[in-house]
Design a protein around this ligand. Sequence first.
Ligand code: SAM
Length: 265
Amino acid sequence: MSYKEQQTLDREKIAKSFGLASQSYDVSARLQRFSGKHLMPWLPKQNDLTVLDLGAGTGFFTDLLASSYTQVIGLDFSKDMLSFAQATRDKSIHWIEADAHKIPLQDNSIDFIYSNLVIQWCEPLDVAINEMLRVLKPGGLIIFTTLMDGTLHELKSSWKQVDDDQHVIDFKTEEELAQLFNHDGARVIEHKCQDIVLEYQNVIHLARELKGLGANHLPQKRNRGLSGKDKWFAMIKHYQDFLEPSGIYPATYRLYSGLVVKVNS
Ligand SMILES: C[S@@+](CC[C@H](N)C(=O)[O-])C[C@H]1O[C@@H](n2cnc3c(N)ncnc32)[C@H](O)[C@@H]1O
């Protein structure tokens, strides 16, 4: 299978995994709510704008954007996420089922793109960035969050002591993100990095939350079945090294928030 075909297949699997989570997503999305709200101060004050919510999911933030801006488009490649969004959110929103790597919108047609916790799933990311820049008007903004390398390091290192398979997706570093967005046609004008540590009653609670969010497809995973019970117990034992005195299991999310402007190249 060619690299391109493999990427397409991976994206179909990611979309399916998110689709399966469309009903449970909103109750599990505490990190997503935090990060999405965190972007609000960067939103333009002017209202007569055309906005694209890229990777809109269940449309929680698309709905918020629709209360402030004239034309709001929610794009996602998961049919089930879009069906949920369409049934529950503001009727003025225009929904598009499409891949961020091939956005079916005209060049220079969007004033700003809002994208909360999506681009960590976009591979190759440079193709998705080129698409965002193509549809943005000159001077338009990309206002986004993503997760960086070091995210879920507790889970990753606990599994590492059990086997060599992939159990956490590969996240980009801060330097890689800066390089990708400080592009010929774009500049990062502000960015912020912060560690968010969420608390879990146990490791199963963490695994259920990731599944409930649909964030459980691992493109590089070799062993596609469930990891054996013995492996799970071994991993959980290693995770106990992170157990806090209060009996809580922490999981770290390294959040990158970026404000990017499209410049004339
Ligand atoms: C973690 S959810 C975030 C949803 C929403 N932005 C929020 O803040 O709740 C990621 C969403 O991005 C979508 N997504 C991931 N990769 C995508 C791609 N290449 N093209 C379009 N949508 C994508 C998924 O289907 C999922 O709905």
